[in-house]
Design a protein around this ligand. Structure first.
Ligand SMILES: O=P(O)(O)O[C@H]1O[C@H](CO)[C@@H](O)[C@H]1O
Ligand SMILES: O=c1cc[nH]c(=O)[nH]1
Length: 235
């Protein structure tokens, strides 16, 4: 079934096997315009822009996913099952839950806790632990090391809520050593696990729930380039 309901591409090969997935479609546009050679826009359905180009000679795509697990669930499912995507690398923003994880630091999600019921669809006789692809994780950490970029690797939280009824709730996750909160990685990791493909989530800290420091929305859209430098090398 291509084109799919949410990606208007009629041929499989137009989308690369490795796709970078920012939540913000304008971050996808920024990456295509500033990093890719010969970028071609392949999707504009719902303004959830997608582009394919080359980076250092290797074919790579970048596509917005929107916010939240239902949204990345749809896009990652269609990319995997209809377009043959094998490596899905989320590049997002997150809120720090720890004092030593500072604004603009890079966090790599080794695993993703969640308060979502996304795993319910699998009818498992227990609780699933969504984890990153070891190969992508190892490669990303190696690339960061070669580039002299410090990354914090650990557990993250994928939350269904940005505005929590109890504004102190995050402290319970912080007590369990969770580094940062975002809203998509757990669903991405589950879709990838179910399909036997690779996923990784690389984040830049946009704000701190601990110190209340925050970046601007413009900075979230157009900067955070170290995270992009690492992700692009994964193609
Ligand atoms: O910057 P992105 O990738 O959208 O990620 C984070 O930002 C959004 C909330 O502002 C959520 O999607 C969250 O996961
Ligand atoms: O989901 C998110 C993303 C950035 N900052 C947060 O506090 N939460």
């Amino acid at each position: 079934m291509i084109p799919t309901p949410h990606i208007n591409v009629a041929e499989k090969g137009i989308i690369a096997e490795t796709v970078l997935l920012p939540g913000d479609p304008l971050r996808a546009k920024f990456i295509a315009e500033n990093y890719l050679d010969n970028p071609v826009q392949f999707n504009s359905v719902r303004n959830m822009y997608g582009y394919t180009g080359t980076y250092k000679g290797k074919k790579i795509s970048v596509k917005g996913t929107g916010m939240g697990m239902p949204s990345i669930g749809i896009y990652s499912y269609e990319l995997i099952h209809f377009y043959g995507v094998k490596n899905l690398i989320r590049i997002g923003s997150c809120g720090s839950l720890q004092k030593d994880v500072k604004v603009r630091d890079i966090v790599v999600g080794m695993a993703a806790c969640t308060n979502s019921n996304y795993a319910n669809q699998y009818n498992l006789p227990g609780t699933f632990a969504p984890v990153a692809s070891w190969e992508l994780l190892r490669k990303a950490v190696d690339i960061a090391g070669q580039k002299g970029i410090d990354v914090k690797v650990g557990n993250i939280l994928s939350s269904d809520t940005f505005y929590d009824d109890d504004p102190e709730d995050w402290k319970k996750w912080a007590r369990m050593g969770v580094l940062a909160v975002e809203m998509e990685a757990a669903a991405l990791y589950m879709n990838a696990a179910r399909a036997g493909v690779n996923a990784l989530c690389i984040l830049t800290v946009s704000d701190s729930l601990v110190s209340h420091e925050a970046t601007t929305s413009e900075e979230r859209q157009n900067s955070f380039t170290q995270m992009m430098d690492i992700a692009l090398e994964l193609a």
